[in-house]
Design a protein. Structure first.
Length: 154
């Protein structure tokens, strides 16, 4: 996978930053893992067709994260999964700067790969392919950033 810092820098280099509209019915951000980043799955974007599933994730970075003097909250990625083969494919990365400005999307052209147990891709695959446990979700990026940064600090 590409370095997140490179994706942030690539996003900065491209023009046309924008704020994406929330999904119809609102976001449903579920914290699925905390490691280098706090990772949320947006359940409102989850789709499944046969053995294939898609979902959008939000990676939250630690407070004070900057690239080229610009502060970031993290970034979004679309993911595609083959549920039977248990493979993951990150399709893009869209930075989210402090204040919630998103974009632009930077394509991730790396091929799909086996989702290693315990990793973020495997956690996302489980939610995208088989559905989440009945756990509380957050409705805004701001609330996910706050919760994610608290989780990273623990």
């Amino acid at each position: 996978m590409k370095s997140i810092a490179l994706a942030f820098a690539g996003g900065i280099a491209l023009a046309g930053c924008q704020t994406a509209a929330p999904a119809p019915g609102g976001r449903q951000l579920l914290l699925i893992g905390v490691g280098r980043y706090a990772v949320f799955a947006d359940l409102s974007t989850r789709t499944r067709s046969g053995e294939n599933a898609r979902i959008r994730s939000l990676q939250v970075v630690e407070p004070g994260f900057e690239v080229d003097g610009r502060a970031f909250w993290g970034g979004w990625s679309w993911w595609a999964f083959d549920c039977g083969a248990r493979t993951a494919d990150r399709l893009d990365f869209t930075s989210v700067s402090e204040g919630g400005v998103e974009g632009p999307a930077v394509p991730d052209t790396d091929p799909s790969y086996p989702a290693a147990p315990g990793g973020d891709a495997a956690e996302l695959l489980t939610v995208a392919c088989f559905g989440p446990a009945n756990e509380p979700t957050l409705a805004t990026v701001e609330s996910a950033v706050t919760a994610g940064q608290q989780a990273l600090a623990e």
